[in-house]
Unconditional design. Structure first.
Ligand SMILES: Cc1ncc(COP(=O)(O)O)c(C=O)c1O
Length: 370
């Protein structure tokens, strides 16, 4: 039987550890609505991320919508089309207009040199994404935002636990939003968090994730339901304990990819960002068809024939998706367009190991030379 190497696989605590963590829920019967696990997870998460406020929520998408609402953003939001569809949907579903800005070809994050051209009198915020765990040029973005009086919300879904120098990644911008989806380096099955330092936002975000309810008789906001349940919070408590182990194993696999693939002509490997402590969330490679001899699609198909599953992540651009057809011009972000046509993310997960990475690298080299 052919062994399959998936592109991702969720990290899990032992069954015993998780069972122990959820045992008391059978006594308390308190399964959601800011129960004991939620409160414990929130405290540990806040300390772990080193931010004044980290509010757990039901998923990363809701974190983005809550952030846009809490900051009262109106009008246009400058953002990237080279992301998971959630980033763009969150803007549109909040009644705002995404204005797509091109990306830097190395980091695949927003190119700060192109942001100012996109600012109009209707611009309310910049919503950059730390794609693949690559950190945006935060100082250039902060500088632009300050000069134009704009809010910055980071989609930090891929960067849990990263640091820039001594500063935790959750501290950037007015708000940083995380996804704790099952496929992320750190997960709570489904989940996310909204992180910020302004105390004035705290009550608003806590209320709007719970229908806007202040107390039994008072409803301040037209909120939705963004609450994280107790089973997810318990998974978060377990996975936080093992985060460093998960990152170390990913690091070993990612470094093996780098060692084996750096000399392969036609493969552009992800950048190593100086001063950044990465979490090895993804290992994207850009395939230069002329130099590699085969295009990205052929490489993906041939790997799949051998049971190695890769992803065209991110393809297509969100601005080119069916639901937005006719509304945006994907060709206005040519670097993003070209990257989306050539990129593949290789398998990377905690249990892949150096041996798994070796199998993938060996097969890529074999395909190139065939
Ligand atoms: C960049 C990005 N933004 C937003 C999300 C949405 O997060 P979630 O799936 O937790 O709703 C994801 C992930 O899944 C993502 O990768």
């Amino acid at each position: 039987m052919k062994t399959i190497i998936p592109v991702t696989r969720s990290s899990m605590p032992s069954l015993e550890e998780y069972t122990e963590e959820i045992r008391e829920l059978w006594d308390s019967r308190w399964l959601t609505n800011n129960g004991a696990k939620h409160e414990a997870f929130k405290a540990e998460l806040t300390a772990f991320l080193g931010v004044p406020f980290a509010e757990p929520v039901v998923n990363g998408h809701t974190a983005l919508e809550l952030a846009l609402g809490a900051l009262g953003i109106t009008g246009e939001v400058i953002t990237t089309p080279f992301t998971f569809v959630s980033t763009t949907h969150a803007i549109v579903r909040s009644g705002l207009e995404p204005v797509f800005c091109d990306i830097d070809s190395k980091t695949c994050c927003l190119d700060p040199e192109k942001i100012e051209d996109k600012i109009t009198e209707r611009t309310g915020a910049i919503l950059p994404v730390h794609v693949y765990g690559h950190v945006c040029d935060t100082s250039a973005i902060e500088d632009i935002a300050k000069r134009h009086g704009l809010k910055v919300i980071y989609d930090a879904a891929h960067t849990f636990g990263e640091r820039v120098g001594e500063k935790g990644i959750a501290s950037f911008g007015d708000i940083s939003c995380f996804s704790f989806h099952a496929t992320k380096v750190f997960h709570t099955i489904e989940g996310g968090a909204v992180c910020f330092s302004d105390p004035a936002l705290s009550e608003r975000i806590r209320e709007t994730k719970d229908f806007g309810i202040r107390d039994e008789e008072h409803v301040d906001e037209i909120g939705g339901n963004g609450k994280m349940n107790e089973f997810s919070a318990a998974m978060g408590l377990c996975n936080l304990r093992h985060f460093h182990r998960a990152v170390q194993s990913r690091k070993a696999a990612a470094e093996h990819y780098r060692e084996r693939l750096s000399e392969v002509e036609g493969l552009i490997l992800p950048p190593v960002q100086s001063g950044v402590t990465p979490n090895y969330a993804y290992f994207p490679v850009v395939v230069d068809e002329k130099l590699f001899g085969k295009d990205r699609n052929v490489l993906a198909e041939k790997l799949a024939e051998k049971g190695i599953l890769v992803r065209k992540y991110f393809y297509p651009l969100t601005s080119a998706m069916e639901c937005y057809r006719g509304r945006f011009k994907p060709e206005e972000t040519p670097v993003a367009l070209r990257t989306a046509e050539r990129v593949l993310t290789l398998p990377l997960f905690e249990e892949l190991g150096v041996s798994g990475a070796e199998k993938v690298a060996e097969e890529i080299i074999r395909i190139k030379n065939a």
